[in-house]
Design a protein around this ligand. Structure first.
Ligand code: IMP
Length: 430
């Protein structure tokens, strides 16, 4: 059945929004399955740039219906603002064009306050979260005290649930973290207003998608964050609190395993990370500045959600092979190849060394990466600017050699390479 999943293979920010935007052109539905407004997907169309945190980026295409699955944590204020921004750009957002699962989780200001208080309490061992309340909202879900979106269908009852939730979280804020409590009535009033605006959009997203699949419609599942931030399979504890991998699309949308056709892994041509945690191929100095940029361009490596400068490094093939296995990737999309233009030499991490031993696979998964140092292969770089290239044969030979080496070392075919921020700045490989 035609369910395609787009998943990040690194620590997020791989350029998934770009790839989703391209694939959404041929999809009837685009569905977000995990995370919340900690994500930031930038899509550029002409001179208009959309920064979406919650709405599926495929909704930029008028024919693609948006779905927010049960695996997502929703800050209603952010969602409503994004809906408004699409409407102002002339893109309709109606209950026919956006469906929100009744089983998705609601994020409140109390979750955000708890996120901040917990980060402060961690002191030097901060996780570097986005402070969007993600961890506390998913904690509530797992503890079975979460606020499900379905409650919003009855705004007054929802308000009461919000009031009780804020009172409960206040207790922890004050007693455990010596933080300021929130006003339960004010938060309840705010959330009743959101419920009134959103209730028409709430439904059974799982059965809607199943019916669509049965009728031969194409669905694109849009992952947020990346494989190495997955709660179970990432660099724990420096991870997010949701299932970011391809399997998360099935639990996060309520679909069966047999629906999947393609699993597209998006990888940057280099590696970035925002927040704390191990990063074996991280670089500092001249190459760092080259890869990150100065912040003057929208594509420079600064967080879409938080504005934080991202840590940068060489592409890590041990981790990419791991991502290929964990997600069952059927193909790769390599983004930002143009950024490597002008580097004399490009390093590719092919293995790790630890206590005198060489490892080409991770013996214990990526959680204890601190104890490994990267082993590099060096490839000659290319001087040419490649942003105007559209055909595989027109790429410089050294750029092609780099892509072919990624393919060889990952065991996954590269089907798409992006060479610039614009929609059409891609090279498709058949
Ligand atoms: P949280 O998801 O806000 O709890 O943050 C946990 C970790 O995931 C932190 O290191 C964040 O920087 C990182 N993170 C969360 N969302 C994203 C994202 O969309 N891109 C990159 N990193 C992210």
């Amino acid at each position: 059945m035609p369910l395609d999943i787009v998943v990040g293979t690194q620590w997020g920010d791989e350029g998934k929004g770009r790839v989703v935007d391209l694939l959404a052109e041929g999809s009837n539905y685009t569905a977000r399955y995990n995370g919340g407004d900690n994500a930031g997907h930038t899509v550029t169309v002409g001179n208009q740039s959309f920064r979406l945190h919650l709405l599926p980026s495929g909704m930029i295409h008028p024919q693609s219906v948006g779905v927010i699955g049960n695996g997502v944590a929703i800050n209603p204020a952010v969602l409503l603002a994004e809906m408004e921004s699409l409407i102002s750009a002339g893109l309709p957002v109606t209950p026919q064009r956006l469906h929100i699962s009744h089983a998705a989780t609601v994020i409140t200001p109390a979750h955000r306050a708890l996120d901040a208080a917990q980060e402060t309490a961690r002191g030097k061992v901060k996780l570097g979260t986005t402070l969007r309340g993600i961890g506390p909202a998913y904690t509530d879900k797992v503890a079975r005290t979460g606020l499900r979106v379905g409650l919003m269908r009855e705004p007054e009852n929802f308000g009461q649930a919000i009031r009780e939730h804020v009172i409960r979280v206040n207790h922890n804020l004050v007693q455990l973290y010596r933080a300021e409590p929130l006003d339960p009535d004010a938060v309840a009033q705010e959330y009743i207003a959101y419920a009134r605006q959103l209730k028409e959009y709430i439904g059974d997203a799982s059965s809607l998608l199943w019916e669509a699949l049965k009728h031969g419609k194409r669905i694109l599942a849009e992952g947020a964050q990346g494989t190495l931030l997955d709660l179970d399979h990432g660099t724990y504890p420096y991870v997010t609190s949701s299932s970011t991998i391809a399997a998360g699309a099935l639990t996060g949308l309520g679909l069966g395993v047999g629906c999947v056709e393609r699993v597209i892994g998006v990888t940057k041509a280099f590696q970035t990370r925002v927040g704390s945690g191990p990063f074996p191929t991280e670089v500092v100095g001249e190459v760092e500045l080259h890869l990150r940029g100065t912040g003057e361009h929208p594509w420079d490596e600064f967080g879409t959600t938080t504005g934080r400068p991202r840590r940068v490094g060489w592409l890590d093939m041990v981790l990419l092979r791991y991502a290929a296995r964990i997600n069952g990737l059927t193909e790769l999309a390599v983004t930002k190849l143009d950024i490597l233009s002008g580097l004399k030499t490009i390093h590719l991490c092919t293995a790790y060394r630890s206590a005198g031993q060489l490892y080409t696979e991770l013996p214990h998964g990526p959680a204890d990466l601190e104890s490994y140092s990267p082993v590099y292969e060096e490839l000659p770089g290319w001087e040419q600017e490649i942003r105007s290239v559209r055909g595989w044969e027109d790429l410089p030979g050294r750029a092609r050699a780099y892509i072919l080496r990624i393919e060889e070392l990952s065991g996954v075919p590269v089907r798409l390479v992006s060479v610039g921020p614009e929609r059409d700045q891609v090279v498709e490989i058949n």
